[in-house]
Ligand binder design. Structure first.
Ligand SMILES: NC(=O)c1ccc[n+]([C@@H]2O[C@H](COP(=O)([O-])OP(=O)(O)OC[C@H]3O[C@@H](n4cnc5c(N)ncnc54)[C@H](OP(=O)(O)O)[C@@H]3O)[C@@H](O)[C@H]2O)c1
Length: 324
């Protein structure tokens, strides 16, 4: 007898991580997404649902009755959150409350993605899961509040704190460096924040591996936090240099500046390096070094951008033909 595949509901399915999760998990599980607005790049099915609307969120989740909910939706623009507290609370806290409450009604376990920004970044050495969070930005505060909801209210949940994401389907550092490299000969990049760049595709594959090899860790009652990311660490300026070198753009120079020079609305932790030991020991998850991930990512990004451009041109041509 064939087994019915696990039914997985992914919130924020059209975002950077959500799209990679949908693509990776959609290959072998029954995946449905929730997304705030239409997205043209998503190959798996999804419903439009604004998670800040509690009743609609409950209805959407109960109607699909998934075996597992992956809550990847969030308001992720850290500076915007700093200046728009109510919206940040609605999207990162209120939405998480609704998702967890509906998950409880159908007894579905929840995977929640949190962030290194729950820490103040003052620790010397890597942060492990037992370190006490003390966020310094409003975004970090809302993500910590989301964690607290999960830890208090969810019957079965795993929180993955992830860091410095890059990916094809969202705003990310390598894209921004390559965009600037087309316009300037020298760019200013901060040198006083360290972290682990992590490819959203590698995270999606790790979740897939987990569901195949250690599903009981996710489905079992209880709540647990794990740190997860590509291995190795770097500061932003060296990260930028590596991206430029790999893209064959080493003639563009990096001028190192401090976070104070950059003067962004939200403060960032100086140390964002999370220990990956627990995920490796307990879940058997060990992601490759971030440099290997970036090296594989850059050509994929070029292909994706070329495909997007070709699609846009074809759509324009079609519009012109229809109009004439
Ligand atoms: N990016 C990072 O460096 C990073 C680091 C650590 C942790 N994380 C966490 O990882 C997760 C995924 O991040 P990401 O970078 O993939 O984010 P992202 O690209 O910004 O995607 C988030 C998605 O969630 C959707 N969304 C937000 N609020 C929603 C709502 N109220 N209703 C429905 N959809 C909503 C967004 O839609 P709209 O675009 O329409 O708002 C977007 O498609 C988040 O929980 C984030 O906090 C990210």
């Amino acid at each position: 007898m064939t087994q019915t595949p696990l039914k997985i509901l992914i919130t924020g399915a059209g975002g950077m991580l959500g799209t990679d999760l949908s693509n990776a998990l959609g290959r072998e599980f029954d995946v449905v997404g929730l997304e705030r607005r239409p997205v043209t790049h998503l190959a798996t099915p999804y419903d439009i649902c604004d998670l800040t609307q509690a009743r609609k969120t409950r209805e959407a989740i109960l109607s699909h009755k998934p075996d597992l909910i992956i809550h990847a939706a969030a308001m992720t623009d850290v500076d915007y959150c700093e200046e728009h507290h109510d919206e940040a609370l609605e999207n990162n806290v209120g939405a998480t409350e609704s998702v967890v409450s509906a998950a409880g009604e159908i007894d579905a376990p929840v995977i929640f993605f949190s962030t290194d920004y729950v820490f103040d970044g003052k620790k010397k050495g890597e942060y492990d899961e037992s370190d006490v969070p003390d966020p310094i930005s409003f975004y970090g505060k809302t993500k910590r509040m989301g964690e607290e909801i999960i830890l208090r209210d969810a019957k079965r949940a795993v929180i993955f704190r992830i860091t410095w994401l890059f990916g094809i389907w969202g705003r990310c550092f390598p894209k921004s460096i390559l965009r600037q490299a087309a316009e300037v000969k020298t760019m200013n990049v901060v040198h006083d924040q360290a972290g682990r760049p992590t490819w959203s595709w590698d995270l999606a594959l790790a979740i897939q591996e987990l569901l195949n090899k250690k599903r009981e860790k996710i489905l079992a009652p209880g709540r647990e936090i794990f740190h997860l990311g590509n291995s190795g660490s770097v500061h932003w300026a060296d990260y930028a240099r590596f991206v430029l070198k790999e893209a064959g753009l080493s003639t563009v120079k990096i001028k190192e500046i401090s976070s104070a020079d950059l003067n962004r609305p939200a403060p960032r932790p100086a140390n964002s390096v999370l220990s990956l030991k627990k995920a490796e020991k307990v879940l058997g998850l060990k992601l490759r070094p971030w440099k290997d991930a970036v090296t594989e990512f850059l050509p994929k990004l070029r292909e994706a951008l070329a495909a997007q451009e070709a699609k846009a041109k074809a759509q324009d041509a079609e519009k012109e033909n229809t109009a004439s």
